[in-house]
Design a protein around this ligand. Structure first.
Ligand code: C2E
Ligand code: CA
Ligand code: CA
Ligand code: CA
Length: 277
């Protein structure tokens, strides 16, 4: 029994060490990911519930690590924040989104993009200038971008609120991401400077054929509309979810049922195929 216990401890600490060194390696590699051309953006179409047109796309970052291969942004964004590389990476994302929107436009495709902005990026004093420059360099204006921030970030600091008020005055729409996963009271929605809310996938996946639980989604949509906010439902994977969310009044829909996130070229093919279907 004793020996077994020691083996377990040994095994456990090896795993810890492995996880620790993966984090360290990723954190270090991220510092040169921009310069090494390891980053890419994929775009996921978002539909209007009323017209079923693609109203915008969400830009989602992809990174291929030289040693680990593709790493999820859910894993590497927090490490980029911890190691300080988020500033360079975040600015690369802004410039790349604007460059891609420009080339879509030059080909006759007028699109808007939603961009994820991390908490540290929002706190960065240079963010408004970075945004303005990325747009101006590609002949675009603030109405081409929507800024997605998470509920937890919004609740973390008073300075965040004033930063958002400033960005809104520049003409950007602010979208509250992952709504419902933080711990904010619904009544906070009234005071947050946001234009849209994105209902988190965890609520959408509760809508299943047969055993449907739409109570929360229903309440969130109704309250948001009463406050003058538009609602985007994310993680729509099934036709049943799509139909019910439309019926409940969700303004926009996003999820694998419509399309996975796509590289820019595949997005163009998706939209032209979709428009003619
Ligand atoms: P998010 O902003 O909530 O993005 C939605 C995530 O859900 C994406 O994961 C997307 O691929 C995935 N998704 C979309 N539709 C479905 C669906 O129907 N079913 C399922 N199961 N998943 C779906 P992804 O691309 O792995 O991104 C994970 C998170 O990483 C994002 O969550 C966002 O918080 C962060 N992230 C991604 N790109 C960036 C970026 O450029 N900057 C920052 N700061 N964060 C980013
Ligand atoms: Ca998002
Ligand atoms: Ca989300
Ligand atoms: Ca999320």
């Amino acid at each position: 029994v004793k020996e077994n216990g020691r083996n377990n401890i040994c095994h456990y600490s090896e795993k810890l060490e492995e996880a620790f060194s993966r984090k360290k390696v990723i954190g270090r590699q991220l510092l040169s990911a921009v310069d090494n051309g390891e980053l890419e953006l994929h775009y996921q179409p978002i539909l209007s519930a009323s017209t079923l047109d693609v109203v915008k796309v969400e830009a989602l970052l992809r990174w291929t690590s030289p040693t680990f291969g593709p790493v999820s942004p859910a894993e590497f964004i927090p490490l980029a924040e911890a190691g300080g590389s988020i500033f360079g990476i975040g600015n690369w994302v802004l410039r790349k989104v604007c460059a891609d929107l420009r080339s879509f436009r030059d080909e006759g495709l007028r699109l808007k993009a939603a961009v994820n902005i991390s908490g540290m990026q929002l706190m960065q004093p240079g963010l408004p200038e970075q945004l303005a420059e990325a747009l101006a360099d590609h002949g675009l204006t603030a109405d081409s971008l929507e800024l997605e921030i998470t509920e937890t970030v919004l609740m973390s600091d008073e300075d965040i609120i004033s930063s958002l008020i400033n960005l809104r005055s520049m003409g950007f729409c602010i979208s509250l991401d992952d709504f419902g996963t933080g711990f904010s009271s619904l009544s906070y929605l009234r005071t947050f400077p946001v234009d849209l809310i994105k209902i988190d996938r965890s609520f959408v996946s509760g809508i299943q054929p047969g055993a449907s639980d739409d109570t929360l989604v229903r309440a969130i949509i109704e309250l948001s509309h009463n406050l003058g906010l538009r609602v985007v439902s994310e993680g729509v994977e099934l036709k049943e979810q799509f139909d019910l969310l439309c019926a409940l009044g969700s303004d926009q829909l996003q999820g694998y049922f419509i399309s996975r996130p796509l590289p820019a070229s595949a997005l163009k093919a998706f939209i032209s195929g979709y428009a003619s279907a």
